[in-house]
Design a protein around this ligand. Structure first.
Ligand code: CS2
Ligand code: MG
Length: 409
């Protein structure tokens, strides 16, 4: 069997997605996700102009060799665009192998290590009442773990608060990247944020009790000592994790955070290779791997970093926002089901238009996700529907301090 064609499909039902469709000479197809939020066309071009021409004639079963061929063979390694392109090919090949074997991908990865995948949902509010209402909504939907994001007095707009309107007028919770010609500029004030967030978790614990797993995303905005301070102030509220507390290009920066707090740390949704984790894992500086299959080189690479993390009892907490497409999301559910060191899975629900383009087998029951038992990854794309949603330029916001300094969004 040979790969006979490689197509790149760009569609925009509510948000932009880049999907690779591989077809074999026996007519078996496989899908892969290469969506890089706000830079979608770069990934599509890398795939279309540089990777797709290399695939026809290759044996679809040679997943590892193809991974190495695209990683080492590119000479220029790593980075979000390269690794998203490799991820799309990798996912599509696992999808094909599953369909040929008549098995869901998790069976090829060693079978299920659990019945379902504990998920966390996104609750947020620009008031305490709004936040409590959002948490109740998620509990009623069956979520058993909740990420809490809140607006902060004195900050006009910030990451993760669904109720605040975007420039496009659409509610934030469907998509952080605003459609438009330029990124929206938001403001930021670390001191106001560190003062406010612990008071929110105190109120949430009083209202919802001590057992409900609560998560929070600091979204890369704090220096190491600020992250240490926030982690310490949140200890009484026993968080499941504090996420991306400080930019982690400098991995040893987490030593200072670790030194001062026992709040569990999750990092790495912007990471692209296992090298980004090497020191964080070997020095036990994190507790959860936040990488997503789409941005990390696919199922093959995600499986490898989890095997490495297992040696240090570090668990998975895969990134699952709406800018990971239903294909990329399902792909990492298969990894999550098979690995032993599973932790939790983020689930930011896709919009109805997105679900009309991507037909999925995934289920969320009683707070647990499952990829389904269809052969392969379990997602198909309706190309006609996809053609009805042409690409639209969209950018993630940027944020600036009061004095105009550009800050991490
Ligand atoms: C966030 C993401 O879900 C998360 O944890 O950090 O929503 C992130 O902002 C987007 O994926 C950026 O594209
Ligand atoms: Mg995050």
């Amino acid at each position: 069997m040979k790969i006979s064609s490689a197509e790149v499909i760009v569609t925009s039902p509510t948000r932009n997605f880049v999907t690779l469709k591989l077809t074999t000479d026996a007519g078996v197809t496989g899908l892969g996700d290469a969506t890089v939020n706000g830079r979608e066309l770069a990934a599509a071009a890398y795939l279309r102009d540089h990777v797709a021409p290399l695939l026809p004639g290759r044996d679809p079963h040679q997943i590892e060799d193809t991974w190495q061929y695209l990683y080492r063979g590119a000479y220029w390694r790593r980075g979000p665009i390269t690794m998203a392109a490799i991820a799309a090919v990798d996912m599509a090949l696992w999808d094909i192998k599953g369909k040929i074997a008549g098995l869901p991908v998790y069976q090829l990865l060693g079978g299920a290590s659990r019945n379902g995948l504990l998920a966390y949902g996104h609750a947020s509010g620009n008031s305490q009442a709004g936040l409590f209402e959002s948490i109740h909504e998620h509990l009623e939907k069956g979520y058993r773990a909740i990420r809490v994001q809140t607006s902060v007095p004195g900050i006009r707009a910030l990451y993760g608060v669904a109720a605040q309107p975007q420039a496009s007028g659409e509610r934030y919770d469907y998509e952080p990247a605003g459609r438009g010609v330029l990124p929206v500029e938001e403001d930021w004030d670390t001191a106001a944020y560190i003062r406010h967030v612990p008071t929110v978790f105190e109120a949430v614990r009083q209202e919802f009790g001590d057992e409900l797993p609560l998560l929070h995303d600091a979204h890369h905005r704090l220096t190491p000592i600020e992250a240490a301070k926030l982690g310490k102030r949140l200890e009484p509220y026993d968080l499941f994790w504090l996420e991306d507390c400080t930019p982690a290009e400098n991995q040893q920066a987490l030593r200072l955070v670790r030194q001062h707090t026992t709040t569990p740390l999750a990092i790495g949704e912007v990471f692209n290779t296992v090298w980004d984790y090497q020191q964080l894992i070997t020095e036990q500086l994190i507790d959860y791997v936040r990488a997503a299959a789409t941005h990390f080189g696919g199922i093959t690479a995600l499986r490898k970093v989890m095997d490495f993390a297992a040696l240090y009892q570090i668990r998975s907490g895969f990134h699952g926002p709406t800018d990971v497409s239903p294909v990329g999301f399902a792909a990492q559910l298969h990894v999550g089901l098979a690995i032993h060191n599973y932790g939790i899975q983020e689930y930011m629900e896709h919009s109805e238009p997105t679900n009309s383009v991507f037909r999925q087998n995934m289920t969320l029951k009683d707070g647990y996700l499952h990829p389904g038992d269809a052969p392969g990854i379990g997602v198909e794309i309706d190309e006609q529907a996809a053609a009805g949603f042409p690409y639209q330029s969209a950018y993630l916001p940027v944020s600036r301090l009061r004095d105009g300094t550009l800050h991490d969004w």
